[in-house]
Design a protein around this ligand. Structure first.
Ligand SMILES: Cc1ncc(COP(=O)(O)O)c(C=O)c1O
Length: 403
């Protein structure tokens, strides 16, 4: 469930109206080629930087585009391996394939994020980096992940598409790895329908990200922020337009109040549910920093989770994740190792397919967790009484199931 979508209102309208009145919908210039001195795109980038405490943000056209831009900035290409959690969104895998790299799938742990121990198990001489996904409002356990990556000379790309506004030990998620991405798609914490952002501390990665997103160009506006140093290379067009940026600027300002509200509602939920012996809650590596818009618990057995979900469903409460995320091994592109270039993809060197590392049975822990999970939704406009009812219904159904 998106949070920001419920709050689209006067501020978004005011900004969009300003863009329309200006007749300048492109970030770099407007009518008659007049340069744009203070575009919404650059303003939202400054807001993203201030929010995350990083020197460089770049607005792009989607979270998927942001992933391709970040991977391109990091120089991922044919022969390079990138470790990512098997429990992750489509784009996490496909963006790596699109830049020619080979996704290497890893188990998640009870955080539903990458198990840090997997980095040691999966690193080979071809591994370049780790794509960490902060799944549904909860930060991954970044300390051990960053340690394991650094020890092996790997970069860390944080996918913060689903967790804008979370912190890890007092610092914003998205500011801790080498580079990070956000998404502003409809279902995300804030939305512009389509949109995304890349964040980094590195002037080199910033310049390369700009070039990836803007045809290989590095325009004056960006040169003024980080001097031109890198050679040009063919980029794509993943630029953010002014209408998107206008909405994004208004939405970003909503993040912190929204998180505060949702966290308070989650307290109501937890109070109402009380102690439930037998269930295990999703482990939150830093409980002071998650958002809480989708709280997860695990039932002891899969059939118990199915029964609770079914009965709560009959009482009007949906307890399945709202992301459409499931294990990558079940996606058609993994099952068929398909790519836009037919068989000439990063998996051609495997004789048999699915090869070890791409089969459901290679991820017993992730599959077990996925079968036993219950996802409890909290929307930003939910009333306390609604959340309390969800908590009550769940407590009843879980107790009934566990006897
Ligand atoms: C974890 C994750 N990464 C990347 C994306 C891609 O974002 P977008 O939909 O903006 O392309 C999404 C959302 O769809 C996501 O959930």
């Amino acid at each position: 469930m998106g949070l920001g979508e419920c709050l689209i209102g006067a501020a978004e309208l005011r900004n969009v109206t300003q863009v329309i009145r200006s007749q300048t919908l492109f970030r770099y210039y407007g009518v008659g080629n007049a340069p744009h001195p203070n575009s919404f795109a650059s303003r939202v980038e400054r807001a993203g930087e201030a929010m995350h405490g990083v020197p460089y943000a770049l607005g792009v056209s989607s979270g998927t585009a942001a992933l391709e831009v970040a991977l391109g900035a990091l120089g991922v290409g044919p022969g390079d391996e990138v470790i990512l959690p098997v429990w992750s969104w489509v784009s996490c895998f496909t963006a790596i394939v699109r830049v020619g790299g080979q996704p290497v799938l890893a188990e998640v742990d009870e955080t539903l994020n990458l198990d840090p121990k997997e980095i040691e198990r999966l690193t080979t001489p071809r591994t370049r980096g780790v794509l960490v996904v902060h799944y549904q409002g909860v930060p991954a356990d970044l300390d051990p992940i960053l340690r394991a990556a650094k020890k092996r000379g790997l970069w860390v790309l944080e996918d913060n598409a689903e967790s804008l506004g979370t912190t890890y030990k007092g610092r914003r998620v998205g500011s801790l790895g080498d580079i990070a991405i956000c998404s502003f798609q409809q279902r995300k914490v804030v939305t512009t329908g389509e949109g995304g952002m890349v964040l980094t501390r590195s002037p080199k990665l910033y310049e390369r990200a700009v070039r990836m997103s803007d045809l290989g160009l590095y325009r004056q506006e960006h040169q003024a922020r980080a001097p031109l140093k890198e050679p040009m290379f063919p980029g794509s067009n993943f630029r953010m337009g002014e209408l998107t940026a206008a909405v994004a600027l208004a939405q970003l300002a909503r993040v912190d109040p929204m998180v505060k509200k949702v966290r308070a509602l989650r307290e109501v939920l937890l109070r109402e549910m009380g102690d439930l012996p037998g269930v295990t809650w999703r482990r939150i590596p830093d409980p002071s920093g998650d958002i809480g818009f989708e709280s997860y618990l695990f039932m002891p057995k899969a059939e118990q989770a199915r029964a609770v979900r079914a009965r709560a469903g009959e009482r009007g409460i949906t307890l399945t994740p709202h992301t459409g995320t499931y294990a990558q091994t079940a996606r058609e592109y993994v099952k068929n190792r398909s790519t836009h270039a037919g068989a000439r993809g990063p998996f051609q060197h495997f004789q048999d397919w699915p090869a070890p590392g791409y089969r459901p049975e290679d991820f017993p822990r992730t599959h077990d967790l996925a079968e036993r999970l219950i996802a409890i939704p909290i929307g930003v406009l939910f009333r306390k009484s609604e959340v309390a009812r969800i908590g009550r219904v769940l407590r009843e159904e879980i107790r009934r199931e566990l006897g």
